[in-house]
Design a protein around this ligand. Sequence first.
Ligand code: ADP
Length: 380
Amino acid sequence: MAASLRVGVIGGGQLARMMVPPAVHLGLDIRVLAETEGSSARLAATAVGDYHDAETVLAFARDVDVITFDHEHVPQDVLAALVEAGVAVHPKPEALFVAQDKLVMRERLAGLGLPVPDWARLETADDLSAFLAEHGGRAVVKTARGGYDGKGVRVVSSPDEVADWFAALADLSTGGALLAEELVEFRRELAQSVARRPSGQIVAWPVVESIQRDGVCAEVIAPAPRSTGRVAETAAEIATTVAAQLDVTGVLAVELFETTDDRLLINELAMRPHNTGHWSIDGSTTSQFEQHLRAVLDLPLGDTTPHAAWSVMVNVLGGPATGSMADRLLALMADEPGAKVHDYGKEPRPGRKVGHVTATGAELDDVVVAARAAAAHFEG
Ligand code: ADP
């Protein structure tokens, strides 16, 4: 059995936290290198330190069978030091390189002939003026590195609106250039997750719909409504191609736009379990967290058949303005016994993801109502 296998996770956020239960079930020894004491994944944190520091990371990785990640921010020189020291790292540095920089990502995906929005590399305000002129006077500008949850994304109609970002380009940690994209007219946003083992096996979950508010994922419906047939097949094909061509190991989530003229365009890649896959903990035979552990250890992948016709996940952002999380949780447990609650053990701050709830069932309308009612216990 897998009993003696040791997995080291860099980063102590909620993704690392949610890897702990399946690691326990599989009899794995999971260890986390957390950034701070009291991190979301503190239950499994065996070390606290800076993941930018090669010595710290090498010491943490000394006797694990594989190193994997809660996020994509570990610098390439630290990843290289791990590989040099003979540590198995999944996903590999070469794959992570693509996920770490939105310009590199666009270049690689376009190079593979995969469908992406029109885009350009911007080094100067003139580059953006030219792009705007070719795209109806509006564009989405993104910082190449360091963005998350919509920070680092602006819809603009003039270079003045990102003057601060151009001014900061001399700082190479931002990637040295900005990314411009056409403002895609989309009907909805979808996400397709797959898991891939180093030895090549790839397994997909059903494509899901993600509903964003203010650039942040608010709700996920699994599977995406009206996505049987062509949409589901195309989404799975895109993610499978990305995983195989970029040699991604572990879970890969591909965020997609379904355009008003019925195309699927890739927005973003995440090479780790992803918010749009949280439904799988309660809604799929194998969750994305269990699958990620299996994949990075090159163990056979699990069945991803959904338990129910529909799963709906709602994020809890910021936590209650009044009263304690514990009181809200008690009320929720009493009112919605079918809802599954996931508390990330994080200090509530406005807009911060502090947990999620999932409901499952046979009728989509009922499941949406149940999931929203459960999440509403944390509002106000
Ligand atoms: P982050 O890395 O911060 O999550 P994304 O690149 O995923 O940023 O963009 C955040 C959100 O902004 C997307 O989910 C989508 O709603 C919107 N968005 C991003 N790019 C485009 C685009 N080219 N056209 C239209 N909307 C976009």
